[in-house]
Design a protein around this ligand. Structure first.
Ligand SMILES: Nc1ncnc2c1ncn2[C@@H]1O[C@H](COP(=O)(O)OP(=O)(O)OP(=O)(O)O)[C@@H](O)[C@H]1O
Ligand SMILES: [Mg+2]
Length: 245
């Protein structure tokens, strides 16, 4: 039987869909990864093998083939470990196909089954949101993935915890979007002497989200007034911060 799992390939600032297909067939025991994998992806075989063994499961003594489709798209990075492991667990009948079909998986695996950080999680989360899928990512990157907004994020600390979540025996808590870095504080409107009309105009523009044009002779305080604006604006929401990124 062939089990399929969705993941992504990162191309610059874009995430492209990649399907991980896994077949377990009778034959000489072998574990092959095909579909233009780079060195890190090809090595994922060893990590997946070790991580599954660490859960107390043994790989079936059969011919295991993993294909990363589309096969002509180069696959780079270590985030294919988790989707490959899940496709294999799906083919072994440990996880059901319906559960696997509703998520995009990214994450590197440790030999002990830990799901380790892999770059690009936010891109994967945005990609999952576009496709109305959930995202399974490393626990440490849950807050980053949660920034994407409209996406169910499962931040898995290790493979076993993820399987227990899917089984419903121990649910993982959805991560909260990470905090915005404190912004650089500029001058305060209180430092501006006089200019009551200009200050009022700035307050109205900030409160209503309007545009502002400042006209005045050199040294009148236009740059000073403009640098006071961020101080009276509310903090950005996750969606707004992504929009201006
Ligand atoms: N109302 C004010 N209260 C306190 N400081 C002021 C005020 N207006 C101007 N200043 C000070 O005067 C200096 C010149 O102001 P600013 O650079 O804001 O002028 P500007 O209108 O942007 O000039 P330019 O048109 O040359 O860019 C700054 O150091 C600013 O802090
Ligand atoms: Mg100026």
């Amino acid at each position: 039987m062939v089990s399929t799992v969705q993941t992504v390939a990162y191309l610059g600032l874009e995430a492209r869909s990649v399907e991980v297909q896994c077949q377990v067939a009778p034959g000489n025991p072998k574990f092959a990864v095909v579909g233009l994998p780079d060195k890190a992806v090809a090595e994922s075989r060893e990590r997946v093998h070790a991580a599954i063994s660490a859960m107390g499961l043994s790989l079936p003594p059969k011919r295991i083939t993993v294909n990363l489709s589309p096969a002509d798209l180069p696959k780079e990075g270590s985030h294919y470990d988790l989707p490959i492991a899940l496709a294999l667990l799906g083919a072994m009948g440990v996880v059901d196909a319906e559960t696997l079909a509703s998520y995009v998986f990214v994450g590197e695996l440790g030999l002990d089954g830990r799901v380790a950080t892999s770059p690009g999680v936010l891109l994967a989360a945005l990609h999952a949101a576009e496709r109305s899928l959930g995202l399974v990512c490393p626990a440490s990157q849950g807050p980053e993935a949660a920034w994407a907004g409209q996406v169910e994020v499962i931040a898995a600390p290790d493979l076993l915890a993820l399987l227990n979540h899917f089984k419903g025996s121990a649910l993982l808590r959805p991560p909260e979007p990470g905090a915005v870095e404190p912004r650089i504080v500029g001058p305060d409107l209180a430092q501006v002497k006089g200019q009551e009309t200009a200050k009022r105009a700035i307050e109205i523009a900030a409160a209503g989200g309007h545009n502002l044009v400042m006209v005045g002779p050199p040294g009148a305080g236009k740059s000073l007034l403009a640098s006071c604006v961020p101080g009276i604006l509310p903090d950005l929401t996750a969606a707004e911060a992504l929009g201006i990124m």
